[in-house]
Design a protein around this ligand. Structure first.
Ligand code: GDP
Ligand code: MN
Ligand code: MN
Length: 247
């Protein structure tokens, strides 16, 4: 891999439920086999009709309590709880694990680029969404569904992969050696996040209207590996929950 290029796919309209993203991408960009097509989860969600109205939620006692403390709309908190399998911390923001394994603030529910009084849930299972979109492409490409996320320990949001298809999420360095012949300590590299970060940088966060980036020239493994850390191996998650229960 000597060089890689990243291309914004221009002229995307506002996405509606039922839109065929695969066809829309191929209409606007001449894909080639091997390209990695990165798509903002926002438009995947829109095409899957994941819009909700806040009026549709009746907050539970628990949602009301959290909402009061966070000074948020209790209906929004209920939406977050409905999308969650597990709550990691409740204060000073709601950090949860989604059913498909991703951990994020407010379950990744967006209020930007959505419209007044409306929220947009993440796709129910972005991996399945990626499979479907990839299956709809004429060319043999990989697909990564991205989202902008905050991160512990570091300031600033960044793009991460929340679903993928046709690409292994991790690159395995096990058994490889460094320049001095020492066996590597770093074994697994989260390549889908690395790609998603660059794609997200090009998409921007605002009104640019650029939800798709094609990355060309990458060599990547096609299958295997998992990104979402199994709960029993997630030390930080365990400590957070212990602390949250005590406070
Ligand atoms: P997220 O990172 O997946 O939450 O998505 P963002 O809301 O940050 O949007 C990423 C990019 O997609 C930005 O350039 C947005 O302007 C753009 N975008 C979001 N929704 C639409 C849409 O319906 N149509 C188009 N053309 N662009 C969109
Ligand atoms: Mn988002
Ligand atoms: Mn974003």
């Amino acid at each position: 891999m000597d060089s890689v290029s990243c291309h914004l796919v221009r002229r995307f309209p506002s996405i509606k439920e039922g839109d065929d993203l695969a066809a829309m991408i191929e209409d606007r960009f001449a894909l080639r086999d091997g390209d990695v097509v990165c798509i903002a989860s926002t438009v995947v969600s829109k095409s899957e009709g994941r819009f909700k109205r806040l009026e549709g939620y009746s907050p539970s006692i628990r949602a009301q309590k959290i909402a009061e403390e966070l000074e948020r709309d209790p209906r929004f908190i209920q939406a977050v709880l409905d999308e969650s399998e597990d709550v990691l911390i409740e204060r000073p923001f709601l950090l949860v694990a989604t059913r498909f394994g991703h951990i994020g603030v407010n379950a990744g529910i967006d209020q930007s680029n959505v419209g007044q009084g409306r929220i947009l849930l993440l796709p129910e299972d972005p991996g399945t969404s990626a499979d479907r979109i990839r299956g709809g492409l004429e060319k043999d490409c990989a697909v990564i569904v991205t989202d902008t996320c905050g991160r512990p320990f570091r300031c600033g949001v960044a793009g991460v992969a929340i679903g993928w298809s046709g690409i292994a999420p991790l690159r395995d360095w096990r058994g490889k050696r460094d320049l001095e012949g020492r066996e590597l300590e770093i074994t697994l590299e989260a390549i889908v996040d690395e790609i998603a970060g660059m794609a997200n940088f090009l998409m921007g966060e605002g009104e640019d209207g650029n939800p798709v980036v094609v990355v060309r020239g990458l060599e990547y493994p096609k299958s295997g590996g998992r990104i979402f850390r199994p709960r029993e191996l997630d030390v930080i998650r365990e400590r957070l929950q212990e602390k949250d229960r005590r406070s």
